[in-house]
Design a protein around this ligand. Structure first.
Ligand code: EPU
Length: 424
């Protein structure tokens, strides 16, 4: 298990390349199974979550090949074992997005029911509701969700996919994928509008699906008999980009981000500008800087897209903990996603959880401490705090961060950080 030693404080400056999106890549890899044959996906990042998902597709029968140029080739000619085993699903909840494509392609699928995780309960009731509306018979057997399509296949329908927290990203992905091969028209009302869902819809469209309303909360899908493999490039990772934006801001530095779509990040850019950070578009990316000005407090509420993303809540909390004044951060997607509060407080932040909110009283400085990564984004927040904390911060369990950030310490070190990875 690796740990990071982070020497602080540092000021970052330089150019950072943003990778392809993890959360776009995973459902797109699943969608490749909708057609028999070889799909080629470009710009898929090298992450442990991607390797685990590749292993899962391999267990189902696909052949996965990373070409020397980085392209990920998925050969889904044969799928002879449509079962998502507990051993894989327990490592990665996103495995649940094989439900939709396998139900449509094979007529039957079993997937281990995902349990809770560090950020909350994360039920899949809305996924199952949507698939059963398409005609699937679903039951739970020994901890596995078993879904079966009727003999004459899935049937399109008008489906409401809203839930207590708004829309669901992977739920929308699952039902969208299944509906592309259903008979007739499906309307998904209250569909998630996240850029990753748009990317998935664009990929499936390239495979031959007929989808209207892409990017809106109403997706209209006209089922087709068959889809064909396709070649596709995934969008840049807006959460990795947002994390590096905070890195520039928290260190009072300047970073140029290459391969970053500001259009996907308007809520984030708006908050940064409120906090006193400049963000300017530049050559297919942007330049983010905080020069001399203090960090201003700001209130943040996480919401479904186009609102502020929950996946950047922890990183912004690290930033606001150094603001001149008090901020409030409200988590409306995963009300328990606050494991980083106690760890940041070990670094002398002044954070207090009040239900699904956190009161952030700005402090003058953070002080290094040994801390524990609990989930992917919480660990990113600890690394960001470590960049400016006085002394050597030790972040334990960095495997969490490796799930979603490709070589984060190398990228940060190239622009002035002092992070050492140690195997323990
Ligand atoms: N929800 C339900 N029932 C469902 C599905 C969701 O009540 O059937 C609730 C969830 O508990 C949550 C809310 O709806 O309160 C939204 O969850 P959503 O389904 O949108 O989350 P997800 O699809 O499981 C994806 C990302 C997460 C990201 C969320 C929200 C992937 C692989 N995961 O999860 O990313 O936080 O959307 O944007 O795309 C991460 O990358 O660190 C990460 C956790």
């Amino acid at each position: 298990m690796d740990i990071f030693h982070i020497e602080g404080p540092v000021q970052l400056s330089g150019v950072v390349n943003i990778n392809g999106s993890k959360n776009a890549s995973l459902p797109i890899m699943a969608a490749a199974m909708l057609a028999a044959g070889k799909s080629v996906i470009k710009a898929v990042p090298y992450l442990s979550d991607i390797s685990i998902f590749g292993q899962l597709l391999g267990q189902l029968g696909c052949k996965i090949d990373r070409r020397p140029n980085g392209d990920l080739c998925i050969d889904s000619q044969v799928i002879d074992n449509p079962i998502g085993e507990y051993e894989v699903v327990r490592k990665m909840r996103a495995s649940v997005c094989i439900l939709g494509p396998l139900l449509a392609r094979c007529g039957r699928v079993e997937v281990s029911m995902p349990g809770g995780c560090a950020i909350g309960d994360r039920p899949i009731d809305i996924h199952l509701h949507g698939l059963s509306e398409l005609g699937a018979k679903i039951h739970l057997k020994n901890g596995y969700v078993v879904a079966e399509a009727p003999k004459n296949g899935l049937r399109g329908k008008d489906i409401f996919m809203g839930g207590p927290f708004g829309s669901t990203v992977l739920g929308t992905a699952n039902v969208l994928m299944a509906a592309t091969l259903a008979k007739g028209k499906t309307v998904i009302e209250s569909a998630a509008c996240e850029p990753e869902v748009v990317d998935l819809a664009n990929f499936i469209t390239k495979m031959g699906a007929k989808i209207d309303g892409i990017g809106s909360p109403r997706l209209i899908i006209e089922g087709v008999k068959q889809l064909a493999p396709a070649e596709y490039q995934v969008i840049p990772d807006r959460i990795e980009a947002g994390t590096f934006m905070v890195a520039a801001a928290i260190t009072a530095g300047q970073l140029q981000l290459v391969n970053c779509r500001l259009d996907d990040m308007m809520a984030v850019v708006d908050r940064l500008r409120n906090i006193g950070v400049t963000v300017e578009a530049a050559n297919g990316g942007c330049v983010v800087a905080r020069k001399g000005s203090a960090i201003k407090p700001a209130d943040i509420t996480t919401q479904p897209y186009p609102g502020f993303p929950t996946d950047l809540q922890a990183q912004f909390m690290a930033l606001l903990s150094l603001a001149k004044g008090n901020s409030v951060v409200i988590e409306k997607i995963f009300p328990d996603r606050f494991m980083h509060i106690a760890e940041l407080n070990r670094m002398a932040a002044n954070l207090r959880k009040e239900g699904p909110a956190c009161l952030v009283a700005g402090v003058k400085k953070l002080i290094a401490a040994p801390v524990m990564a609990s989930d992917l984004r919480a660990s990113a927040a600890l690394v960001l705090a470590g960049l400016v904390a006085e002394g050597t911060t030790i972040v334990n369990r960095v495997y969490h961060i490796d799930r979603g950030y490709e070589k984060i310490e190398e990228k940060l070190n190239r622009v002035g950080a002092k992070i050492l990875r140690q195997a323990v």
